[in-house]
Structure formats: C-alpha cells, structure tokens
Design a protein around this ligand. Structure first.
Ligand code: 5AD
Ligand code: FES
Length: 344
C-alpha cells in the first residue's frame, strides 16, 4: 500500500483497481496521514481556513432518505431567515474574523432568483473583501448564472455518491444522478469555485462506490470537496442504519489531500459529531478548513440533518473561541482570510 500511496502523491491519479486496493487495505493509514499532512503544510502552512455557515432555510422540496430536513419529515420545525437576519449573521461573523460566508439551505422555492439576488448583492456590497459561497442545491443554468453575476463566488453541491445505482438507493426516483452531475459541470463552466462531496458510510455504499467517487473527483477537478460520516436521523427511512466511521472518513480525507494537493478540504461538523476530537483528527489527516455555524442560536437546533449535531446550543463567538483552542492544541491556527485555493 506504501507503493500506491507514493504513486498517488506522485501522479495525482490511480486506476480503478488501484483505488479499490488502496481503500480496501487501510493498514498504512498512519503513513497516508503523514504524507497528507506534509502536503497540506506545503500549500497552506499551519493555517486553517474558516467559513461562517449561515443555515438560512430548512424548508426543502426534496425527500432524500438520509436527511433530517426532508420534505416528509412533518416533525421538522421549519424556518426561514429574513434578509435582515442574514445580514446580522454576516456582521457578527465579520467581527469574529470570518471572510467567507456560506449561505446554505434546503431546496426552498420561496427563494426565487430575485430574492436571492437581493440578498447576494447586499452581502457583496457590504463585504467586498469576503468570499460568498452558496449551497442551495440544484437550480437551472440561468439561475446559477444570475447568482454568480450578483456576486457569489463559490458553490457547494455534494454529489453524494458517484455510483449511480447507489445514488438511487439514497434518493427517491424524482431525483436524478445525471442532473446532479450536470449541475456541477455547469457551475464550473460559469466560473464558480466548485465543491462536490459525499458521505462516508451511507447505506449501500461499497468500496467500489468510494473508488467511483475518487474517479469522479479526478475528472471534475473541483476546488473543494466536503466529506463527512453518514449519521442517521431518527425521522428518516435510514433511522436504523449504522453510522459511518471516523476511521474511514479520515482515510478518505488523506486520500483526497494527495489526489489534489491544493484542495479546500473541511473537517466537517458531522465528523466532530461522531468523535469529540473529530475535527482535530480531520486536520491531522489532511483537511484544512473548518465551517462553524453563524446561524442565530434560536434556529440552530432546527437545521438538524442528522441526530446529535454539535454546536446547536452555542453562540458563533463561542464556536470561534472553541475552534481556535482546538486548532492551537494541534499546532494550527485559524486564518482571517477569504481562504482561496493555493496555486497548484
Ligand atoms: N448524515 C451525514 N450527512 C448528511 N447530510 C445530509 N444528511 C446527512 C446525514 N444524515 C449531508 C449531505 C448534504 C449535506 C448538506 O449534508 O451530504 O449534501
Ligand atoms: Fe462550536 Fe466548539 S465549535 S462549541
């Protein structure tokens, strides 16, 4: 496996069989993390980039089997943040040192292009030195273009799995794998910095599906990849499924770092949820981004994609301080920076 890890670090790609072999035999995980950490340090030093996440709506027209805010969850307490609420989050975030804001929400038809353009333009006008990331799911090319023109610079849309049969097990038939992938290429063509990503250990995932994820990422060449363990939510069809593991999530993070050395790779909240030191471990496995929550505390608990999500009771300032301490404990520090990709 040493050989395959070195080959990945050298060539930034592997064949499908090599991916399968390397993901199956994880006996050299410590060596992988060493190489991944070394690579991240070369590109980003000991800086960890931060993104202030604003979860502005938990209405969603989709019904993904894994997700706590799926349409059929009648017990979800739905909310939308007003434009003023969102601006308040940004103001607070800016004071705390965030220079990237991520507007994330369910696929909520209330947010027409016009409403979104208003919000985006206002943020862009107030914070010209900040990056603005959107994470609003699948939309049309025209819509993505309008939002880009209004001032958004990045877009996160996890592909969830690059294995079409597996995609069908995670989503009802009204959703299509083909459209999801098309959206990602469209976003790239428009000029967004693009992030895809997948859950680790989602029901029905195999080593072959993970190999396909790595092949897909090699092809798409996104600037960001968000991965975290699948964590069951009690009000979903997957409530009794087993959660993903810390071990495999960290391993995939290490592989992603070597696959694309300058990748923006978050140590996610889901990873912090299944392990109290999950985010620190993620950074030590090659991640270089953290995405604490800036949403008002009164709505935090309501944006529950999975059970036991951390930080739902904490103020943004508390999370900033907490993460500062956590990163310093492993020899890293939070950067006050837009956090664009380093030159490859
Ligand atoms: N466990 C882990 N991650 C989840 N997501 C949604 N539901 C869950 C869950 N139960 C992830 C999806 C989505 C992102 C916003 O959150 O990958 O793209
Ligand atoms: Fe939110 Fe630690 S990051 S409390």
């Amino acid at each position: 496996m040493h050989r395959l890890i070195d080959r990945l670090e050298d060539k930034h790609c592997l064949t499908n069989d090599e991916w399968i072999a390397l993901i199956t035999d994880r006996s050299e995980a410590e060596y992988l993390f060493e190489r991944a950490r070394f690579t991240a340090k070369q590109y980003y030093g000991n800086a960890v980039y931060t993104r202030g996440l604003i979860e502005f709506t938990n209405y969603c027209k989709n019904n993904c089997y894994y997700c706590g805010i799926r349409r059929d969850n009648r017990n979800a307490d739905r909310y939308r943040l007003s434009r003023e609420d969102i601006m308040d989050c940004c103001r607070q975030g800016y004071e705390l040192g965030f220079r990237t804001f991520v507007l994330q929400g369910g696929e909520d038809l209330y947010y027409t292009d016009e409403r979104l353009v208003d919000i985006i333009s206002e943020i862009r006008g107030h914070y010209p030195d900040c990056a603005l990331t959107l994470s609003l799911g699948e939309r049309s090319r025209e819509s993505y273009q309008k939002l880009f023109d209004a001032g958004a610079d990045r877009y996160l849309l996890r592909h969830e799995t690059a294995d079409e049969a597996h995609y069908k097990k995670l989503h009802p038939s009204e959703m299509s794998y083909e459209n999801r992938i098309k959206c990602l290429y469209t976003l790239k063509e428009i000029g967004y910095q693009v992030g895809c990503g997948f859950m680790v250990g989602s029901p029905g995932q195999t080593i072959e599906s993970l190999a396909k994820d790595m092949q897909f990422i090699t092809e798409l060449q996104p600037q960001m990849v968000g991965i975290g363990p699948f964590v069951p939510h009690h009000e979903t069809p997957f409530s009794d499924e087993t959660k993903g593991t810390v071990e495999l999530t960290l391993y995939m993070l290490g592989l992603l770092r070597l696959l694309k050395p300058n990748l923006l790779l978050p140590a996610t909240t889901a990873l912090g949820t299944i392990d109290p030191r999950g985010r620190e471990k993620g950074i030590l496995a090659g991640a270089n981004v953290v995405m604490p929550n800036l949403s008002p505390t009164r709505v935090r608990k309501k944006y529950e994609l999975y059970d036991n999500k951390i930080c739902t009771g904490d103020e943004a300032a508390e999370c900033r301080t907490c993460l500062n301490r956590r990163m310093e404990s492993i020899g890293y520090e939070l950067a006050v920076d837009r956090g664009d990709p380093a030159q490859q």
